[in-house]
Design a protein around this ligand. Sequence first.
Ligand code: ATP
Length: 267
Amino acid sequence: RIRPEVIPAHEIGVTFEDIGSLEETKESLQELVMLPLRRPDLFTGGLLKPCRGILLFGPPGTGKTMMAKAIAREAGASFINVSMSTITSKWFGEDEKNVRALFTLAAKVSPTIIFVDEVDSMLGQRTRVGEHEAMRKIKNEFMTHWDGLLSKANERILVLAATNRPFDLDEAIIRRFERRIMVGLPTADSREKILRTLLAKEKVDELDFKELAMMTEGYSGSDLKIFCTTAAYRPVRELIKQEREKDLEKKRRAEQEKNSEDASEEK
Ligand code: ATP
């Protein structure tokens, strides 16, 4: 049984400081998420309705999941990560029951951010040919509970979703995401900031960050992380190679000594 994992705010291991660049996204989320979750009493309706749905869209590995976790932490909200596999698991039996249970759980641990990664696979095109009846039911159930949040001003639950395929979402879903924020591939300046963040705790005094940023055109934050990790392995690999060579040398010498001892004994 796969249950959705609830991470209490203080156990979330990602902070805004771990995220390089993306300042505007951070600011937007702070405004949209923090206030309504912390002070629902200020959002009494009219123009000041709390936002119940935010969509982060953009290429893979650009920090959308990190961002969702960091904002939950900062807002003091529980973080529930759901995906299609959580909903279609045998958690509570039928899929719709799982959706209902998800919202009940979210209310119990609120304030809560329900994070739907790859939202297109769960709430994608309703008109797609051959769409399963089960999928349609999941979506309808999800939308019903989500809409229910709008009528409960004090329910401190927000649906934050991410996708690499925003065009696979239909109108009805898009509309429910009152704010849609694009998280694109980083520019050279942003890559420099991300590299500085990723290497903040490393001894890299002589590194030319500007040049590295220029060399990594088209890299996402995730690509930059892999790039740094691979580079960090190099000295380790070198060290292991040297140690292995030393061991071999030692063995060779020991054998030579043994051979020469054997030879002198034979004489
Ligand atoms: P996907 O669409 O594939 O789910 P995503 O946009 O949600 O990707 P994340 O999972 O947040 O991306 O990022 C993957 C990893 O890449 C992170 O764990 C982190 O190590 C690194 N990363 C991405 N963007 C940044 C960034 N702006 N600053 C620091 N690290 C980053």
